[in-house]
Design a protein around this ligand. Sequence first.
Ligand code: FMN
Length: 177
Amino acid sequence: MAKIGIFFGTDTGRTRLIAKQIAKKLGDLADVPVNIGRTTLVDFLAYDALIVGSPTLGDGELPGESTGLSQPSWEEFLPQLAAVDLSGKRIAIYGLGDQKKYPDEFVDAIGILHNVFADSGATMLGRWPSAGYEFKASRALDGDEFLGLALDQHLQPILTEERIDAWLTQIKPELLR
Ligand SMILES: Cc1cc2nc3c(=O)[nH]c(=O)nc-3n(C[C@H](O)[C@H](O)[C@H](O)COP(=O)(O)O)c2cc1C
C-alpha cells in the first residue's frame, strides 16, 4: 500500500517532534517525516495521502525567511504549487500555535496552508472542533471548526497526545481510502 507522506516546517523544533510522534503512531503506514525546506516538489508530489504541519510565526504567518528563519520553509515551498493540480491528493493539516500570546492569530498557518492546497484542487481532511481553546480570532477557523488539528504546546501540552490520537482515528481511514 502507498504510504502517507509527512512534511513539516519548524523554527524551534516542536512541529518536527509532533511529526515524529504522528509517524510513530502510524507505524508502517507513514514514511519518515521530512522538513519541507529540505525537500523537492517531486518528492512532495510522490504521495497521494499527506499530513502537513506548521507552526504559525511572525504576525500570523507561515515559517520562512520573512519570519526570520535562516532555512527555507513553507513560505519558500508553496509558490511552486501555484501551477500544480493537486486533484486526487488527500491532505490533512496540523498546526502549532500559542493561544495566550497570539490570541488574534492563533494557528493562522493552518488556514493559510488549507487555502493553498484547496485552491489547487486537493481534498482537505482533518477538521477539528475549536471548543476547548481560548482565543479571539484565527484564519484557521471555518464556523466552529479549525481547518486542521490545532495544537498548543505552551498552554495545553497535556492535551496534545489525546488530540493527536483522536485526530488520527478520524483521518486514517480517509487518508488510506
Ligand atoms: C516570533 C514568534 C511569533 C509567533 N506568532 C504566532 C502567531 O501569530 N500565532 C500563533 O498561534 N502562534 C505564534 N507563535 C507561537 C509558535 O507557533 C509556537 O511557539 C510553536 O510551538 C512553534 O513551533 P516550532 O517549534 O515548530 O517552531 C509565535 C512564536 C514566535 C517565536
